[in-house]
Design a binder for this molecule. Structure first.
Ligand code: NAD
Ligand code: TYD
Length: 334
């Protein structure tokens, strides 16, 4: 029986990953270690909460004693725990440095002392910064441009240093923009889908021509699992969907799928330091034999339908603090 410690497992990708592991394997056990920040939500795991192979522990990865306690006996760590929203990192970077860098450091330390057999650090394509043309390979220089991506770059290289210095079997993944069910409605796709469902404006930053590569969350989870078995220790792997779209295109797809009018599109102030384009060269992962399984349009339509059918999940999240945040930062008349 392989014992997993999944940190940040109550968030968007972590909860999808736990569901993926439980469906695929019957001979594993998972400790889901999550602080339950605003982004952590046990509703994301309702369907697996009584599964005896999954145990939830509320804890902070910056709590060294607690991390050490739950690291004992673990075979594989998958570190999703992070502050993850660029806009929040612009307003208040502190928590990003604390969790994304220092928290990752404490996990690496504990993993080293407990001789964990595999440590997957979930990094991001944002560590490379923006690219006008072409695509980043894993060897490209890191030029992160937001406090979020700079913190993630810190953890990414710290994880590598634990491989080089201490021989900890670390693999680093740099995924592109995920979308799918259970994504907190502050990120582009769930925010725009839920706003459109409520006939509220969709706040497009700047000219809306910023490009992201989109990957369906289930494909991202599948790639992480693939790398657990087939990745080489000490290596970095880009995980992309091969679906580059600018924000206007994504917005139009959402409005068309929901049959909502284009006049919901509202241009607002640009994000500070807004990266123009992210693009990944994924040939290293492809050479190992992995490629995404989901068609972008089908997965996007499924995702839009999921938010339309699961108002219970997001309606309570779109109140209070969330609205205050957007009003303060973008002066939106929401
Ligand atoms: P999320 O914000 O939905 O979830 C983050 C989770 O981490 C939450 O459950 C939160 O409670 C938990 N957490 C935060 N601080 C913690 C702490 N100090 N201790 C324990 N738990 C803590 O984020 P996500 O979108 O699911 O992203 C997960 C990981 O994947 C992050 O590391 C992110 O950088 C990375 N990533 C995300 C994307 C994306 O498009 N969402 C793309 C590439 C990489
Ligand atoms: P986001 O989902 O925050 O992901 P990231 O910035 O980490 O790539 O944003 C995706 C793109 O959508 C990015 O170019 C910023 C833009 N965006 C908007 O135009 N309006 C919004 O309200 C949000 C949240 C994002």
């Amino acid at each position: 029986m392989q014992r997993f410690l999944v940190t940040g497992g109550a968030g968007f990708i972590g909860s999808n990953y736990i569901r993926h592991l439980l469906q695929k394997y019957h001979d594993i056990s998972i400790i889901n270690f999550d602080k339950l920040t605003y982004a952590g939500n046990l509703d994301n795991l309702r369907d697996v909460e009584n599964n005896p192979r999954h145990r939830f522990v509320q804890g902070d990865i910056c709590d060294a004693m607690l991390v050490d306690q739950y690291m004992a006996g673990i075979d594989a760590v998958v570190n999703f725990a992070a502050e993850s929203h660029v806009d929040r990192s612009i307003g208040a970077p502190d928590a990003f440095i604390r969790t994304d860098v220092f928290g990752a450091f404490l996990l690496l330390e504990a993993a080293r002392w407990h001789r964990v057999k595999k440590f997957i650090q979930i990094s991001t394509d944002e560590v490379y910064g923006s690219i006008e043309q072409g695509a980043f390979r894993e060897t490209a220089a890191l030029m992160p441009s937001s406090p979020y991506s700079a913190s993630k770059a810190g953890a990414d290289r710290l994880a590598y240093s634990y491989f080089v210095t201490y021989g900890l079997p670390v693999i680093i993944t740099r995924g592109s923009n995920n979308f799918g069910p259970y994504q907190y409605p502050e990120k582009l796709i769930p925010l725009f889908v839920t706003n459109a469902l409520e006939d509220k404006p969709l706040p497009i930053y700047g000219d809306g021509k910023n490009v992201r590569d989109w990957i369906y969350v289930e494909d991202h989870c599948d790639a992480i699992d693939f790398l657990l078995a087939h990745g080489k220790d000490g290596e970095v792997y880009n995980i992309g969907g091969g679906n580059e779209h600018n924000n206007l295109e994504i917005t139009e797809m959402i409005l068309a799928a929901l049959n909502k009018p284009k006049n919901l599109m509202t241009f607002v102030n640009d994000r500070l330091g807004h990266d123009r384009r992210y693009s990944l060269d994924t040939s290293k992962l492809a050479a190992l034999g992995w490629k995404p399984k989901h068609d972008f349009k089908t997965a996007l339509e499924f995702t839009i339908g999921w938010y339309a059918q699961n108002r219970w999940w997001w309606e309570k999240l779109k109140s209070g603090e969330y609205l205050e945040f957007y009003k303060k930062n973008y002066k939106m008349a929401l």
